[in-house]
Design a protein around this ligand. Structure first.
Ligand code: DSN
Length: 488
């Protein structure tokens, strides 16, 4: 496929106009802090010159990026559409309503909340909304209070004990879950009694019978589905059945694969939105929008989600909500479906490219946008592999694999994603070549010892490999330029 239309359409005019806009913007920035203008130019050059394979990154269109650089940044607008704690929010109302409308239409959701600043924020909004809907209201009634202002300090103690004593069941971090699904370094691991479900040790796949058994035993208030590093699709209809059986609320975190949902690659049981009570996402990964979050909810949870600010969020970033509206409008175009399908097809091509060259993949392949390579078969840790690849201009991130012998810091895996390079126009042939280049680097990397013994970080990359891979990737990158026609 060729570079997606959102980065080029409607043709050369678009690139020329965007070039003019960026040149002017950089000249203005340069007049105040030239080092920032220089870093901004260099960032584009670096992104243009590297194989970006980080599964959670992408390239937003100039329309999305330019939307973020406006005076909406200067406006405070705590509250909700039409009900703000600040005056003169009429234009922010327009922007937030459009972002929510596009999100509802795109995902077929009854309600959308466009304020979260990130995926972590979106999950926090969702958790508090579920607590408020499931716990706080009956708690108030039990305490004989109509609203929180009626509560005494003693009542607050009772309520806090109730709120802080809930159970959450989510996918384990080492099998692909996210930190916000109840793990200690994140507040979700402190708010909830957390238990994890993992994957089958043989196949690496989610074992739904095991999830159901864990849910029956643990009886969570919240069942979390969704992942950051699981290379397979999830059956959300089955997850909802499990949640219903134990009376849990199903929260799906689709941050990684929202683009595949938007692009109708994941439909039916694989589309989380019709099955989850609450669905959260980021807007900048496979969805290709600005950095930010979004919450979708059923009517039942909508009123509590709507209180995200000021419950857990600071003032909405109106300029980013405007950019979310632009990105969601792009995702509603037919071209986005082609893009999303290409993301999944390319992940398969990348996985096949690794497999035919003898590499071991967690779950043996992929059917979403990411591939998880077990680098222990190359005698390396994730940290060593990540660094050697970076030396050769291949940008990835190390990641735990199930039962990881090297722990969460050094890890034993490298996670690859196809959303960014697919935006540049890479197809199956290019991704097969990427697999070849990655294997070339890893086969030519050796662990090295530190002065005091074996090291999980040090490595040596054989002479000439980085140059060889740089030269090969430069050719593919030049044939698939980032922001074609955009000159600074
Ligand atoms: N940082 C995101 C990722 O890389 O998956 C999740 O927070």
């Amino acid at each position: 496929m060729t570079a997606d239309s959102s980065l080029t359409a409607p043709g050369v005019e678009y690139a020329a106009t965007a070039s003019e806009a960026y040149r002017a913007a950089l000249a203005v920035i340069e007049s105040v802090e030239p080092r920032i203008a220089a870093a901004t130019r260099k960032e584009l050059a670096d992104q243009r010159d590297s194989l970006k394979l980080i599964a959670s990154e992408n390239y937003a269109s100039p329309a999305v990026l330019l939307t973020m650089g406006t005076w909406f940044s200067d406006k405070y607008a705590e509250g909700t559409i039409g009900h703000r704690f600040y005056a003169a929010c009429q234009n922010v109302d327009t922007v937030e309503a459009l972002a929510a409308e596009h999100a509802r239409e795109l995902f077929g959701a009854p309600y959308a909340y466009a304020q979260p600043h990130s995926g972590i924020d979106a999950n926090l909004v969702a958790y508090w909304a579920i607590l408020a809907t499931r716990i706080e209201a009956p708690g108030l009634a039990e305490l004989g209070a109509k609203n929180v202002n009626d509560l005494s300090e003693q009542d607050w103690e009772a309520l806090r004990a109730k709120l802080g004593n809930q159970r959450l069941l989510g996918m384990s971090l080492e099998t692909g879950g996210h930190l916000t699904h109840g793990f200690r370094p994140n507040v979700s691991g402190k708010m909830f009694h957390q238990r994890s479900y993992g994957t089958d040790p043989e196949t690496g796949l989610i074992d739904y019978a095991a999830v159901a058994a864990a849910a029956r035993e643990f009886k969570p208030l919240i069942l979390v589905a969704g992942y950051s590093a699981y290379p397979r699709r999830v059956n959300f209809a089955t997850m909802r059945e499990i949640a219903d059986e134990v009376g849990a609320t199903l929260l799906v975190d689709m941050a990684h694969f929202a683009g595949l949902v938007a692009g109708k690659v994941f439909t039916g049981d694989e589309d989380p939105v019709p099955h989850a009570h609450v669905t959260t996402t980021t807007t900048h990964k496979s969805l290709r929008g600005p950095r930010g979050g979004l919450v979708l909810a059923t009517e039942e949870y909508a009123p509590a989600v709507d209180k995200g600010c000021p419950m857990v969020l600071g003032g909405p970033l109106s300029h980013v909500m405007a950019a979310k509206a632009v990105a969601l409008a792009e995702a509603r175009q037919p071209a986005f479906r082609e893009y999303a399908q290409a993301v999944a097809d390319n992940a398969k091509a990348l996985a096949d490219g690794f497999l035919k060259r003898g590499a071991r993949l967690v779950t043996g392949g992929t059917d979403n946008h990411l591939v998880l390579l077990d680098v222990t078969s190359f005698g390396l840790t994730g940290r060593q592999a990540e660094s050697a690849l970076l030396d050769a201009g291949v940008v990835t991130n190390r990641n735990s694999i199930p039962a990881d012998p090297n722990g969460a810091w050094y890890t034993s895996g490298i996670r690859f994603g196809t959303p960014a390079l697919t935006t540049r126009g890479f197809g199956a042939a290019e991704f097969d070549r990427v697999a070849e280049l990655v294997v070339d680097v890893l086969k030519n990397t050796q662990p090295a010892a530190a002065s005091n013994g074996p090291s999980k970080a040090k490595y040596t990359l054989a002479d000439g490999v980085a140059d060889r891979v740089h030269a090969a990737s430069a050719e593919i990158l030049a044939a698939n330029p980032l922001y074609p026609g955009l000159t600074l």
